[in-house]
Design a protein around this ligand. Structure first.
Ligand SMILES: [Zn+2]
Length: 175
């Protein structure tokens, strides 16, 4: 497997010694230089919830302050400790967009290799008035056919949701 390019950790979080690359069961892993310590950085993916939020007006896409200009996307968020993914999805929808969840439907789970995350995707029917939080600087409400163009990107969750709705007559390639 190709390395992800970036070393996330340089020093052992257990003992503070440098991490070095070692081969473990055929895979290169960052390990503590001190064999007595034995720390291994497994680089397991972090779960992230992704929400396609729909209101009676359409689908709400948001622009993150850190995102390139013009790039609007579904909202995402990390889970709090002891929180279920569903609870996180509902909480993030309220925090980021100010919307109340009326109905939540699980879409699927998708590895997002670039960021080493596991996307847990939901469709949310929401109500209320959109009020974005500090992470976002703009939003727009689009209709489903606008999302048609996303099928060539890595937006698996959107593609699969659209496919489920049979919005696309010609099918969607998920990978
Ligand atoms: Zn160590």
């Amino acid at each position: 497997m190709a390395a992800s390019g970036k070393h996330i950790l340089k020093f052992c979080p257990k003992c503070g010694k440098p991490l070095v690359s070692k081969s473990i069961e055929g895979k290169s892993r960052l390990c503590c230089a001190d064999n007595d310590c034995g720390y291994i950085f497994w680089n397991n993916p972090i779960p992230v919830v992704a929400m396609i939020v729909e209101t009676s007006q359409g689908i709400v896409l948001a622009h993150n302050k850190l995102a390139p200009k013009g790039m609007y996307s579904v909202i995402t968020g990390f889970l709090e400790s002891a929180e279920s993914p569903e609870e996180a999805a509902i909480r993030e929808t309220k925090e980021e967009l100010g919307l109340d969840t009326d109905q939540i439907t699980f879409i699927g789970m998708y590895p997002f290799v670039k960021t080493n995350q596991l996307l847990i995707a939901y469709h949310i029917m929401a109500s209320g008035e959109v009020m974005i939080n500090d992470e976002l600087d703009d939003f727009k409400v689009v209709q489903k056919d606008v999302l048609h163009g996303w099928r060539d990107t890595n937006r698996f969750e959107v593609a699969q949701w659209l496919q489920r709705l049979s919005v696309l007559a010609d099918g969607v390639s998920l990978l």
